[in-house]
Design a protein around this ligand. Structure first.
Ligand SMILES: C[S@@+](CC[C@H](N)C(=O)[O-])C[C@H]1O[C@@H](n2cnc3c(N)ncnc32)[C@H](O)[C@@H]1O
Length: 297
């Protein structure tokens, strides 16, 4: 039976941000007490398995999101739930644990200057050269808006997409990957994006929903991948987008991933990072072009 003495129970919905309100929609977040020890166990597991550093101010988020797992699995406390997850007997729950704690915020044409650069310095020269092969990787693609934006930029410049143009899109979170594969979004997600992209969606449900058109879905391949693990692909990639992912990792994980990305880029290949993820100082393999755009030396 869930313990009802949680101090967080006093928070009202009105005191919470929209994101917090949406994460506690089940209304059960207040029912479980999270001790310091169990918070540390959660933080340690998340860091070891996903690379994500969990700060203490995320405590309420952890309670909200994991309470749903406790309730649906019939666990009486965080300790009991964590004993189960740590036992590694239940791969499905280990996956659900990680899925619950990732942050998946994304949008079409997020940080648009990256797509302007990508169009001008990657796609246009590629099309002009007649080279039939293009490889782009969206690492940490969330619900798919980033790789579909890449595909839209490509489609806006090529009359028909050359058959060997491919976009790989990966994420550790299998729930967001399913949404990404379906390519179905609320029409409100299109607000503010370039007008030309409207022809790349099919609208339904009285224009409330839109689906990315089939030829875009075709050129994006979605795969589950934990960036901390070995990568099955060998590259090279003309461009890698890894934006708003490294921000959750510690400095050494971030450095090691940037280095591994650099190894998959050919000379002049480009790495796009999120706006707050710039590489501090000189990198032996990458030249900064400004605004978190890096070119392989
Ligand atoms: C905030 S979203 C960024 C989405 C998109 N790149 C953008 O900038 O809009 C971060 C994504 O990184 C994923 N992620 C976190 N840790 C990961 C890991 N170890 N391996 C792969 N993906 C991870 C999360 O699941 C989440 O979908």
């Amino acid at each position: 039976v869930p313990n009802r003495t949680n101090p967080y129970a006093q928070s009202t919905a009105a005191q919470l941000s929209p994101k917090q309100q949406s994460t506690r929609s089940s209304g059960v977040g207040e029912d479980y007490v999270l001790s310091d020890r169990d918070f540390d166990r959660i933080a340690q597991r998340l860091r070891e398995t996903c690379g994500i550093v969990l700060h203490n101010h995320k405590r309420q988020m952890v309670i909200s999101r994991l309470s749903r797992r406790l309730r649906s699995g019939g666990f009486a406390s965080f300790s009991e739930y964590l004993d189960h997850v740590e036992s590694e007997r239940d791969a499905t729950e280990s996956e659900a644990f990680a899925n619950a704690l990732t942050t998946n915020l994304t949008s079409f044409f997020r940080e648009p200057h990256h797509f302007e650069h990508f169009a001008k310095h990657i796609i246009e020269p590629k099309l002009a050269s007649g080279d039939p092969k293009l490889r782009v990787w969206s690492a940490g693609c969330s619900t798919g808006e980033e790789p579909y934006t890449i595909a839209m930029v490509l489609m806006s410049l090529a009359k028909s997409v050359p058959p060997d143009f491919r976009i790989l899109a990966t994420d550790i979170d299998t729930t967001v990957l399913s949404k990404a594969k379906a390519g179905l979004y609320d029409t409100s997600k299109l607000e503010g994006i370039p007008e030309y992209t409207r022809r790349m969606f099919r609208f339904s449900d009285q224009e409330k929903k839109c689906r990315v058109s089939a030829n875009l879905i075709e050129i994006v391949k979605f795969l589950p991948l934990n960036l901390l693990n070995q990568w099955p692909m060998k590259g090279p990639f003309d461009a890698i987008f890894c934006r708003n992912v490294l921000i959750y990792f510690d400095a050494s994980t971030k450095f090691s991933l940037v280095d591994r990305f650099a190894d998959l880029l050919p000379r002049d290949g480009v790495l796009y990072l999120g706006h707050s993820e710039s590489i501090l100082g000189e990198h032996p393999k990458l030249e900064s072009l400004g605004r978190t755009i890096y070119r392989r030396k």
